[in-house]
Design a binder for this molecule. Sequence first.
Ligand SMILES: [Zn+2]
Length: 262
Amino acid sequence: MPELPEVETRLHYLRRTAIGRTIDRVRIYAPGNIKTPSARVFARNLQGRRIVDARRRGKYLIASLDDGRALILHFSMGGDLHYYRGEDERPDYTRIEFFFENEWRLAFTCPRNICRVMLVDDPMLVRGIREMGPEPLGDEFTVTKLEGVLRRSPLRQIKPLLLDQSSVAGVGNIYADEILHAAFIRPDTRASAIDPERVKLLYRAIRRVLKNSIRTAREEDFPASFLIAREARGLGCPRCGSGISKKRVGGRTSRYCPRCQK
Ligand SMILES: [Zn+2]
């Protein structure tokens, strides 16, 4: 699932390809991915519009158009972007195809067909964006902010709390496991059990893991040091060698080291 680092790479890709381009027309293969407006209005309102800028907010990619509207892409499980020229280069699972004035195209792909695309007057109209917590790599995210998140939900387990986009933006299942491993915290630890020293450790782990991962997120596979990659190869904890434990926490498969993480 594209998390903050992967959406960041899609943002850079969009910037390199589609910014400044004018959309001639839009072909929609799977209208179900368009949440608002209707597919017909979506296609009509995009016709002739130029993409002037783009940014990321959490796991959303927000492209600004020359009429002030915003095209919002959420990649759910495995959604991606491909810029290409010829009809025969269209990738599998293309759900929406944007045709540009220079005869190149941008495909929005979504293998499981559950992505979310919106065209809105203002991104703040999207609830998930309006209620989103701070960007973990931004200046607004501080140790005090993180302490506040934990203090407001003392009984919640730390992993689901990190996955909650209203606490911190952009963290998903894989990076939450890496962050908690880096911070020596078990995923099922209650927020109230994490003392101030460990909150600092957690804060630094969030920033470090996400920042480092933006560089590797371009690759097909997760780095070999990741718990998910090591477990798949039958290897143990990258720190102490203990077998990696797997447990469902907050409904999500969580990998952790039973020895390093307390
Ligand atoms: Zn370990």
